[in-house]
Design a protein around this ligand. Structure first.
Ligand SMILES: [Mg+2]
Length: 175
């Protein structure tokens, strides 16, 4: 059995068109990279980031999707308070960060918790403080530098592009 099947009952999307289901692996502020282990279905400590930096939001994936890098589609959720590994967040997709890891597309959805009133006005990239977008870009551009991995960043795209990426990753998974 593929341990990922433990999430086979969790849809990547919800009844609200802009809202997706995110399963969190790494809470905001952590330098430890936790990830779902293919063999056991447990969340395991993959590594401690080589760079002295921490995740700028809660970070995880959309279950039952397949991104171009062969993993689930990644998501970074802006949070006022870190949640925890394994937490399900219904997140409103507000943008898409495009990057390539060792030549392979590795896009990140940017979301906000749909039920957090402090993010109620966040609908698209223009609603997100531009400094936060710069922080995220800088994080992903540098977090693997000391591992010698070549990351190329392609900047930000709209919530519309983010939802198109969700749909493409759902379709890829179902193929
Ligand atoms: Mg990925």
């Amino acid at each position: 059995m593929n341990p990922r099947n433990r999430f086979s009952h969790v849809s990547p999307t919800t009844s609200e068109p802009h809202v997706v289901n995110a399963i969190i692996e790494i809470p905001k502020g952590r330098r430890s990279k936790f990830e779902l282990d293919e063999e056991t279905g447990l969340f395991k400590l993959d590594r401690y980031l080589y760079s002295s930096s921490h995740y700028p939001g809660d970070y995880g994936f959309l279950p039952n999707t397949l991104a171009e890098d062969g993993d689930d589609l990644d998501i970074l959720v802006m949070v006022n308070e870190p949640t925890f590994t394994g937490c399900l967040i219904q997140a409103r997709a507000v943008g898409l960060f495009r990057m390539r890891d060792r030549g392979v597309s590795d896009f990140k959805i940017l979301g906000v918790p749909n039920t957090d009133p402090l993010f109620a006005e966040y609908r698209d990239l223009k609603d997100v403080p531009s400094h936060f977008l710069r922080e995220v870009e800088h994080f992903f551009a540098t977090y693997k530098q000391l591992e010698g991995a070549a990351i190329e960043t392609d900047g930000w795209a709209s919530s519309k592009e983010a939802l198109a990426e969700v749909r493409a990753s759902v379709a890829r998974f179902c193929r």
